[in-house]
Design a binder for this molecule. Sequence first.
Ligand code: NAD
Ligand code: DAU
Length: 349
Amino acid sequence: MQTILITGGAGFIGSHLTRLFVTKYPNYKIVNLDKLTYAGNLENLKDIENSPNYTFVKGDIADLDLLTSLFNQYNFTGVLHCAAESHVDRSITDPLAFVKTNVVGTVCLLQAAKEHWKGNMEDKIFYHISTDEVYGSLGEEGFFYETTSYDPRSPYSASKASSDHFVRAYYHTYKLPVKISNCSNNYGPYHFPEKLIPLCIHNIINNKPLPIYGKGENVRDWLFVEDHARAIDIIFHNGKIGDTYNIGGHNEWTNIDLIRELCKQMDVKLGRPEGTSAQLITFVKDRAGHDLRYAIDATKLKNDLGWMPSLQFEEGLSRTIDWYLNNTEWLNRVTSGQYQDYYSGMYGK
Ligand code: NAD
Ligand code: DAU
């Protein structure tokens, strides 16, 4: 029997992780703490919201009093820490929001866990979900390893790097039983349409320009979100305390090639003549400090714990597009209201 606190469970990755744990482990009690920022959406969890082993709490991870009372109430045996401000472009316009949630919020969570588990750290796990962006930017060659030095370059990655350092500091100083994973770019259902893939799917449906930063030559390593959730499950249960695991898709795409593949698939699915969606591609001003390339070496996770990505990218992309085409109400709801202000601020009307 475990009682697990998942933070940020109403977001993109958090909702997949919550669904996996609630359905796969009916004997675990899962408490989802989420502030419901613009990126958090309880609709993402509609199918499991009434499960007897699931509870939702609305709140901020930077609220230490709330965390302390939740630890007292539920006696958590594990934490899966997913909550974060996650969008690089927003971190460029509002870095402080990233410090508050990603740094201060993570330290509050560490502090609450340390105080509650003091004297009895046995069988407890504090799992911190992090990103490959902490390693910085690669040139055309090479990979990020667990041993690669940190070199964050955006306010987002600097805040995530800082949170990783605090997690390790609590392990070394207080013996808090921590695990960390650093994952590459995720894609899949429930991805908020401010990020490249869902933004372009939404724009293709609506015949709007597809904004590609710079020349579209930046490279990302894409992983289907359910494969990430599966990796977290394996590391949570079988990974070594104090260790870090890289998670990645071994699936590098330049942004322009990825969007061309997306356009090709969407033309077929929407019954449009070949080449229609690609005409929407528009090169726009580059992101400030835009990291050139990310590529994860996930050999440790494969060799030690037997995890591998399960899906080919073209198939994962096809499943993702189908999900958005079948869930236009979800897409319309999340892109109404505040999203319009964000969009015109970033890209113009
Ligand atoms: P997301 O933006 O979709 O979701 C974040 C969730 O956290 C939302 O539900 C939001 O409401 C919640 N949240 C934000 N601030 C909070 C606060 N102060 N208190 C409580 N809840 C709060 O993010 P995501 O893309 O699902 O990313 C989840 C985690 O995975 C993040 O830690 C991110 O750094 C990491 N990560 C993401 C990717 C990716 O490609 N999306 C890749 C690697 C790692
Ligand atoms: O690598 C893991 C990271 O991946 C996560 O930690 C972040 O939370 C997640 O947001 C993601 O960061 P990126 O900046 O790589 O993702 P994004 O979808 O914003 O951008 C992917 C690439 O596409 C990047 O090179 C920037 C580019 N891009 C993005 C947008 C939104 C564009 O060319 N145009 C756009 O409109």
